[in-house]
Design a binder for this molecule. Structure first.
Ligand SMILES: Cc1cc2nc3c(=O)[nH]c(=O)nc-3n(C[C@H](O)[C@H](O)[C@H](O)COP(=O)(O)OP(=O)(O)OC[C@H]3O[C@@H](n4cnc5c(N)ncnc54)[C@H](O)[C@@H]3O)c2cc1C
Length: 299
């Protein structure tokens, strides 16, 4: 048998069609849109897909275009675009939202990056502290942001501690500088970068490129803009949302209406609402969450 040989790729003719109408750049010709976060951090939108859209439209157009492949010509009225996107959002027809993508450059503390990286549907390329020296940047909250442990939420804290304790906490963080000096000394003595870095604290900054489609970006935002998320990652999520909102304004409006500011009721909660009775659950957390929803509903 003769060995398999790879056939050279043929060169099929490529038909290059111009845009059907005039286009504009969704990022208005900018190389990046950047928002500072805390003292040393940032999030920047460095690219978007689609980058070019018909003049006067937003990247929402790519969602509508994809949806029409499945729904056909019946939805072709321009004034139906908003209605179609809101329908898709309400009915969780998610794949058209995957047709829009964003690429961000993010500079954030490692403890934020650890939470962020749990979102597995993005493409990530991170700064290598094996290859390069870690810069001297540490996250330190402002004194009024030194939060006390919450009594009700085991994972968080919102209220500030007293000023004396806050100052003690900030003094404790000052040790980062000593650790950084030792890191540099050990690098100077020839310790490898991949080992020297392991003594650095988790408030040191890392950076990465993070590319994600709109559907999964909204999933990230719904979790990380929520009040249950840690405040520091919430600050990044809010900045990310500010960056994408002008690119996909119709989708963001629908996201706010049907996800971000919506209230979901369980079967038990619906039953309590219908009968005017109490929630048929003895679970204290479920009771507390129902009370919070009742307050939001103005009941
Ligand atoms: C307030 C808060 C507290 C948290 N606390 C903790 C904690 O204490 N400990 C902890 O470990 N994590 C914690 N997390 C992380 C959380 O459990 C999720 O890992 C994180 O929010 C990412 O969510 P996701 O998996 O839905 O997102 P993504 O990874 O973006 O995935 C999106 C969706 O794709 C699907 N998917 C993606 N990859 C897979 C896969 N490999 N297999 C199956 N389905 C997949 C899932 O349906 C998933 O919902 C916390 C998150 C939040 C917001």
């Amino acid at each position: 048998m003769s060995p398999m040989t790879a056939e050279p790729a043929s060169n099929p003719p490529i038909e290059r069609r111009p845009f059907e109408s005039e286009t504009e750049d969704v990022m208005q010709g900018a190389a990046r849109w950047e928002v500072k976060v805390h003292e040393h951090g940032l999030i920047a939108l460095v690219d978007a897909m689609p980058r070019l859209v018909p003049r006067g439209q937003s990247a929402d157009a790519a969602i509508v275009q994809a949806a029409r492949v499945s729904y056909g010509q019946g939805t072709k009225q321009v004034n139906e675009d908003r209605g179609l996107i809101r329908y898709l959002m309400r009915h969780r027809h998610t794949t058209p939202f995957e047709m829009v993508e964003f690429k961000f450059h993010v500079v954030m503390p490692i403890f934020v990056a650890r939470q962020w990286i749990r979102h597995r549907t993005a493409n990530v390329n991170e700064y290598s502290a094996r290859y390069s020296v870690v810069p001297d940047r540490f996250y330190t909250p402002t004194i009024e942001n030194v939060r006390a442990q919450s009594a009700v939420n085991r994972q968080g804290g919102e209220q500030p501690v007293d000023v004396g304790t806050a100052q003690q906490f900030l003094d404790y963080l000052q040790r980062c500088q000593d650790q950084y000096e030792q890191y540099q000394q050990l690098l100077d003595k020839g310790v490898s970068r991949e080992l020297a870095r392991i003594g650095l604290p988790v408030n040191v900054y890392t950076e990465w490129y993070w590319k994600c489609d709109l559907h999964n970006t909204l999933h990230f935002l719904s979790l990380r803009m929520d009040e249950h998320a840690q405040r520091e990652i919430r600050d990044y999520a809010a900045a990310m949302y500010a960056l994408i909102r002008p690119i996909v304004p119709i989708t963001c409006e629908a996201f706010e209406d049907y996800r971000l500011s919506a209230v979901t009721l369980s079967r038990l909660e619906l039953e309590a609402l219908r009968t005017g009775g109490t929630l048929a659950s003895t679970n204290k957390r479920e009771q507390a969450e129902w009370e919070a929803k009742r307050a939001r509903l103005g009941l």
